[in-house]
Each structure stands twice: as C-alpha cells, then as structure tokens.
Design a protein around this ligand. Structure first.
Ligand code: ZN
Ligand code: FE
Length: 254
C-alpha cells in the first residue's frame, strides 16, 4: 500500500512523502533538514524527488538532499530549474518503480507558467495551483490560464485526494465565507477544519468533491460568486474567467 505522510517545513509548507515499504519519494522539498531527520527516524530510503514549480519554498532543499545521495529529480520542462535531472511535460507518464506508482503529468499554468501537477493512484500533488478552499496567486499566469488549470483538476474523480503544498486552509475558508456566505457545505467545512487545526492536525489532504462544493475558485459559475465579484468590481461580469480574476484580486486584498 502507498502511504502519504506530511513533513512540515518552513513556515506553512508540507513536504509530502509517498511511502511504500522502505522506499519513499518526496514532493516539493523546500528544505532538506526535516526530511533527512524524518528518513533517519523512519529508516527509509529516498528514491526520487518530485518538483511542481521553480519557487524556492518548493526546491530549496534539493541540493542538500542530493549531497546525501544521488536520486532522480523530476520537474517541469518549461521552467529553468538547475537541479531537475528529468524534465516532464504534459501527458507524460512518470513511473516510479521503487514505490510501485505511476503518475500522469498535467501542465497547470497560472501560479507560474510551467507549473505541473502529478496525478495517479487516486492522488493529486498540485503544488501551489489548487489549494484547499483556494488557489495560488497569479504570479506569472493569467486568470484564463488558472481557470483552465483548475477546471482540469476539478474534472478528476471526486474521491481524488488533493495534496497541495501549503497549510492556508483556515485563511482561505475565512475569505470563501465572505464571498459565498450561504454555502452550507462551506460552513460545515469551516467547523471541521478549525477542529483539525485546534488539534494541530493538517487540514490536508482534501478531495476534489469537497473542493468543487466549497472552493470559490471552482465556483465561479455560482450566482453568489458572480454577485460578490460584481459588487467588488462595480461592473457586470460576463465570463467565469473574469469572475475568477476579480475573486483572485479580492483574495489578494482580503
Ligand atoms: Zn509557489
Ligand atoms: Fe509555495
């Protein structure tokens, strides 16, 4: 069985460790020290590193990890990341025999232009694209790109487990409630996630079904989101992409 565990790192990052037997693969190692002590404690071997995009909090730990042992480093072909040994692009199948897993590569531009996500075995590692109840900031891409990327992820099976990189969930929910105040499932989720954080537990993974029901960036078709975005923009908005752009802007200033 595949097991996915969270290694907390930096301020609010999770480095996801995908484990089978004594082998493990880590996703977005922003720093090395917590991984190295976790591997030693658990007596596990690192077999590969997966990278979603070029930001320092996702790649910063790679050089130090490689000093402890050469392993393949997979990452986006469309971003210049010095440590990536195996560039990946859309539609490729990544086989990881050490953990007996295969992932399909999705290019999901928006947060950065070359950002990729890894999907397989019922798991989605989506970096800073789809967050629990939110999405990544548009540092490089356009609202249209983020919209297309999010819609592609939202089309995955509802039970898919969503592993994003940051514990932003409670802040995201506070914002979501301000733009989607009558969403009963969102209120329910707020209580559940607050209880998890009060116990010091991660709110992740989420599921695609839960995100579809509660994530404002997947709900730009809903009347509540259109109303909130139009009130903020003070003009009528016609396309879902426009609504997403305005809602992203509202979140930046929330
Ligand atoms: Zn990022
Ligand atoms: Fe990040």
């Amino acid at each position: 069985m595949l097991n996915v565990e969270a290694i907390p790192a930096l301020k609010d990052n999770y480095i996801w460790a995908i484990v089978r037997g004594e082998h493990c693969v880590v996703v977005d190692p922003g720093e090395a020290a917590p991984i190295l002590s976790w591997l030693a404690q658990r007596k596990l071997h690192l077999s590969a590193i997966l990278i979603t995009h070029h930001h320092g909090d996702h790649v910063g730990g790679v050089p130090a990890l490689l000093r402890h042992g050469r392993v393949p480093v997979y990452g986006p072909a469309n971003e210049a990341i010095a440590c990536v040994s195996h560039p990946l692009s859309d539609g490729m199948q990544l086989e990881l025999p050490a953990i007996g897993a295969t992932f399909e590569i999705f290019e999901v531009p928006g947060h950065t232009l070359g950002h990729i996500a890894y999907y397989g075995e019922g798991l989605l590692f989506c970096g800073d694209t789809l967050f629990a109840c939110g999405c990544g900031r548009l540092f490089e891409g356009s609202p249209a790109q983020m919209h297309a990327s999010l819609q592609r992820l939202a089309a995955l099976p509802g039970e898919t487990l969503v592993y994003c990189t940051h514990e932003y969930t409670l802040d995201n929910i506070a914002f979501a409630l301000s733009v989607d105040p009558d969403n009963a499932q969102l209120h329910e989720r707020a209580a559940l996630e607050q209880a998890k954080r009060a116990q010091g537990l991660p709110t992740l993974p989420s599921t695609i079904a839960l995100e579809q029901a509660t994530n404002p960036f997947l709900r730009c078709h809903a009347p509540a989101l259109r109303q909130a975005a139009e009130a903020y923009a003070q003009r009528p908005l016609h396309a879902e992409i426009e609504i997403l752009g305005v809602v992203r802007d509202m979140k930046n200033h929330f």
